[in-house]
Design a protein around this ligand. Sequence first.
Ligand SMILES: [Zn+2]
Ligand SMILES: [Zn+2]
Length: 329
Amino acid sequence: MIVAAHRQDRPWSGETVPHEQQNLPAYVDDCYLCPRNARVGGAINPQYDGVFVFDNDHPCVGLTAPADLSPATGINQNRPAQGIARVVCYTPRHDLSLAQLEQTEIENLLGAWQRQYTELATHPGVKHVLVFENKGDVVGVSNPHPHCQIYATNFVFKTIEIEAGASARHLLQTARPLFQDIIAAEQKDQSRIIGENDSTIAFLPYFARYAYEVYVAPKQTHASLANLSDAEVQSFAAVLKETLVRFDNLWQMPFPYVMALHQAPTDGGDHRGFHFHIEIHPPLRKPNLLKYLAGPEIGGGNFLSDTSPEQKAAELRALPATHYSLQSQ
Ligand SMILES: [Zn+2]
Ligand SMILES: [Zn+2]
């Protein structure tokens, strides 16, 4: 991670991204996620009222993924990627984002994510449950209906494997969970914290790679969301909502991001040092300017950031905690 905040004002004459359209209807008759509509493959969505989970009709990883791979030759290796892929609709409302849901609706969603993790972990061969939301045209999502995906797989995704390894080493060496030391450092510094209550904290990490990268975490170490108490879930929902509202308020537009729940693998290993958190990776640096992965990132393997996390945290902290769509005109 390299910070070069002095380059922020360099001239730009490259590609920009148009603001995404607002004013969506509450129901769209050809949306495959709206209630009562048909999905690809023929299934009909129920008249659901709240969170709705279904098996992905076109999974990237599925139980039917081909298991007979041609053997790799020489130095190459392969193995079949299999699992269960699901889609989670946050609400029947086509026109709302996660940021716009009521606190209780977000609590219900967190409850659904808890149950999915717990249930999927019991499936034979499932070593990890990845819950993620891709939001916005710029991250390739054409359907704005608020939803996320779940991949329960027979392998552990790379970033989680690295985090689990680092957490285990840190616990062994210091007897403290790694994330507790990260939170303590953020609380001591204060400058990158954007939201906090009794049991949850949101901050741009010291090592943020994207301009507006934010972590939301419980203050107590829990290996997964499933281990949070009801009170912690309520507290977590409040900070998550406030964070997403600030994002939307930043440029008064639906803020695109990739959001992922980082939870301990379900591979039977010892993950006591793993600390559940949500990472939000917004690809925009400015209202209409994408962060491109280029020479330093793809060619060299380190992120180069033109902004400092302290500046960006201050920007987000200064914004109202009420969604712009509800603020009086
Ligand atoms: Zn819809
Ligand atoms: Zn993480």
